[in-house]
Ligand binder design. Structure first.
Ligand SMILES: Cc1cc2nc3c(=O)[nH]c(=O)nc-3n(C[C@H](O)[C@H](O)[C@H](O)COP(=O)(O)OP(=O)(O)OC[C@H]3O[C@@H](n4cnc5c(N)ncnc54)[C@H](O)[C@@H]3O)c2cc1C
Length: 372
């Protein structure tokens, strides 16, 4: 075994969208970065996700992080949206009944107060925009600034930007995090002043004390049916499903890909890391989706897959210094919102590491909140 290699300021573990965004933000600040990825960049949860860029407002911290991040995405996709397969499709939150319509009104108030454009839709306005929705719905809320990307492509673009600034990548598996460095599975050691753990749902295998657990999700994609739906459609009941801390659930979540395909989500399951597609769960998810858009049942599904979200007890990611280990930083626990929140995560992390400060308060996401 040779001497540890120490020619970088920061080692980032993981080249999913979060690690790639961190490498981009850190290299932009002049730090020498090495990204260690055991697989293909962007092939973990990042490849499995829907790529919906969505402002979520379940609590003020989630709203601040997602709104900041959506604005960063708008700058990133900039003049070349097709490189990210970006579409500003907007989101329609679909209200099945009057109770959910009341939730839509509350959401509209919260978003408007935060300066996010949105529009309540009465049933006629809802059906004018999305004729495939079943009859009898109570209405919806349109958030026109939301969008979508193809996440593995965006991860690659962010990583390539970092590489052009001198960042290096290493295909290897990290076996342990040491003081100011990492031990690889092949026995090699690499050192750096800072180590960033961005290993998604596998983060707790390297740091068992982390309150991060995998939450499995299924997705299906159809053949091309351009114009079948026009916005990302999400049932307001999604919020109940997304927040459940145990058990299995499905929620209606439909996305019009720029290719004309329809991406169908979503499911949530705890206590499994088996990536196999489960026919019973898939059937439950597809039936639920077809209950909202009946003609969906006539479309050809081309492919189904699963992915593992990295869930934390309070639904917020862990961004910032490890509470006890100097030089160790966390950028993980992004659950079902990590494509959206990756860019803001990277800015928060880089701002804390360099002492430059952060655009939004960092406190709600600090890993130390679980040590109090
Ligand atoms: C079904 C599903 C739908 C989703 N839909 C959306 C959505 O519409 N919008 C949204 O914002 N979010 C969505 N998400 C969430 C989003 O995909 C994740 O939050 C995000 O991809 C997390 O990125 P990450 O970089 O933290 O993790 P990952 O993409 O999993 O990357 C972690 C990387 O670390 C590497 N790694 C792990 N351990 C090691 C090690 N020991 N050594 C070296 N490398 C290692 C892995 O190989 C992997 O590439 C969805 C997730 C799922 C599962």
């Amino acid at each position: 075994m040779g001497h540890p290699v120490n020619n970088q300021d920061v080692i980032v573990i993981g080249a999913g969208i979060v690690g790639a965004a961190c490498a981009d933000a850190l290299s932009q600040r002049g730090l020498r970065v090495m990204v260690i990825e055991q697989d293909m960049p962007g092939s973990g949860a990042t490849a499995a996700g829907m790529g919906h860029l969505v402002v979520m407002d379940d609590n003020p911290a989630e709203l601040a992080l997602s709104a900041y991040s959506v604005s960063l995405w708008n700058s990133l996709v900039g003049d070349l949206p097709q490189r990210h397969e970006y579409s500003r499709c907007g989101t329609i939150w679909v209200a099945a009944d009057e109770e959910e319509m009341a939730a839509a009104r509350t959401k509209a108030d919260t978003l408007s107060a935060y300066g996010i454009a949105c529009e309540l839709l009465a049933p006629a306005a809802l059906y004018a925009r999305e004729p495939q929705l079943r009859t009898g719905l109570a209405g919806g809320l349109l958030v026109p600034g939301d969008g979508l990307v193809y996440p593995p492509k965006s991860a690659r673009i962010l990583l390539d930007r970092a590489i052009r600034r001198g960042a290096t990548t290493l295909r290897a598996s990290v076996a342990a995090i040491e003081d100011n460095g990492v031990l690889l599975a092949d026995g090699a050691r690499h050192q750096a002043q800072h180590v960033v753990l961005a290993a998604g749902s596998r983060s707790a295998t390297l740091l068992p004390e982390l309150p991060v657990q995998p939450k499995k999700g299924h997705i299906a994609i159809t053949d091309r049916y351009p114009g079948f739906v026009h916005h990302q459609l999400v049932e307001l009941g999604y919020i109940k499903s997304a927040h459940a801390a145990s058990g299995d659930s499905v929620a209606f979540n439909l996305q019009p890909r720029p290719t004309g395909q329809v991406l169908i989500g979503s499911s949530r399951q705890f206590d499994t890391i088996d990536l196999a597609v489960e026919p019973a769960m898939l059937q439950r998810m597809l039936r639920h989706a077809a209950a909202f858009t009946p003609a969906l049942a006539q479309l050809n599904v081309l492919r189904c897959w699963t992915g593992l979200r990295a869930a934390t007890p309070d639904g917020l990611p862990l961004i910032g210094p490890h509470a006890a280990r100097r030089g160790l930083w966390l950028a993980t626990g992004h659950e079902g919102l990590g494509i959206t929140t990756s860019l803001a995560t990277a800015q928060l992390l880089a701002g804390q590491m360099t002492g430059d400060g952060t655009r939004i308060p960092a406190a709600p996401y600090l890993p130390g909140r679980f040590n109090d």
